[in-house]
Design a binder for this molecule. Sequence first.
Ligand code: NDP
Length: 372
Amino acid sequence: MLTPPGSAVDAVAERSQALATSDHSYAAAASRYEEMPFVRTGRSGLRLPKISLGLWQNFGAETRYEKSREMVLRSFDCGITHFDLANNYGRPYGSAEETLGHIVRTDLAMHRDELIVATKAGYDMWPGPYGQGGGSRKYVLASLDQSLARLGLDYVDIFYSHREDPETPLDETMDALATAVRQGKALYAGISSYTPASTSAAAKLLREYGAPLLVHQASYSMLNRWVEKGLLDAVEQEGAGCVAFSPLAQGMLTDKYLRGIPDGSRAAAAPSLDQAYLSEENIAKVKALNDIALRRNQTLPQMALSWVLREPRITTALIGARVWSQIEQNLRALDCLEFDETELAEIDSYATDSGINRWKPPLDAPAAEARS
Ligand code: NDP
């Protein structure tokens, strides 16, 4: 059980008032490692918490700082040590890194060695030809320097190539990641949303360059199962881990869209959750999955996370959140990670690819090695 009476989450709840009122006297919960399971990332020595927090939405300058701070600190108090960023997270771009940097400086400085801070470079970021994303050495290394400045850190723990760039030779991008590791600006290298063939090619290059591939970050949920078609095999073969992002399909795997689009939800506010994804067919699947979750005494987001984590090659489920209560609820997924065969078979009849994967790489493109 993650949250028996008197557990870490309860202890954190008692302090919510202090956090919400800008009282900067944070002291980490002594119980923070009591409940969270940690999992080895592929064949590396690094262990990640089964649930990690991403700061893509709701952590930039568009969100009240105290709200973001509360989510980060209370997560840390529950054993979430892994915080995921990218250069372009937050509005304006970069502001989510600034938020986390501020929290680390003011609240978590003495806990830096307990944190895994990840960032990425791959999408458009600054004006001119060198800031438009992709995988050039110029862009990737300049972006990392900018991220470190915004975070106020000497190094990040994981530095990712955020997407495959068909116009840049793969060895140029992988050499840039390995350079970051050699320079001590990143401890580990990762890639995100690469095809299976390019993943294998990237891992081979990174090994040659002395910075083995730690992890592939890929979208994965009950409504988006592309990783099962070769990517997880490639990742396993290379000894890397897999971080599953958007495990709740950006919030579709909750009951919030069963009766329309509520104000303040991501579908109402953010273009990333295209309202076309909320088709009648998809909502019928969500409703059926919700019924199965209730029979398991879970909420749908809890079951969605348990389901992602049932796959042994998934190292961690990387969730997002708008408010602390969502994280608090989602953490309870860890109370019930087991499925029986009947449940899995029933889930399989509704958990099918639903046309919502905006990050899917072109799987029929030639392998990056062949292109480069
Ligand atoms: P999720 O699928 O976990 O969606 C999170 C959203 O779901 C929340 O913001 C909230 O949206 C809703 N939600 C969460 N819990 C609940 C709950 N218990 N009840 C009701 N609604 C809930 O993940 P994200 O899409 O946010 O992605 C997670 C992270 O993955 C990102 O922060 C980022 O770090 C990473 N990522 C990486 C990408 C890559 O290219 N490598 C791309 C995208 C994400 P609402 O506002 O509707 O309440």
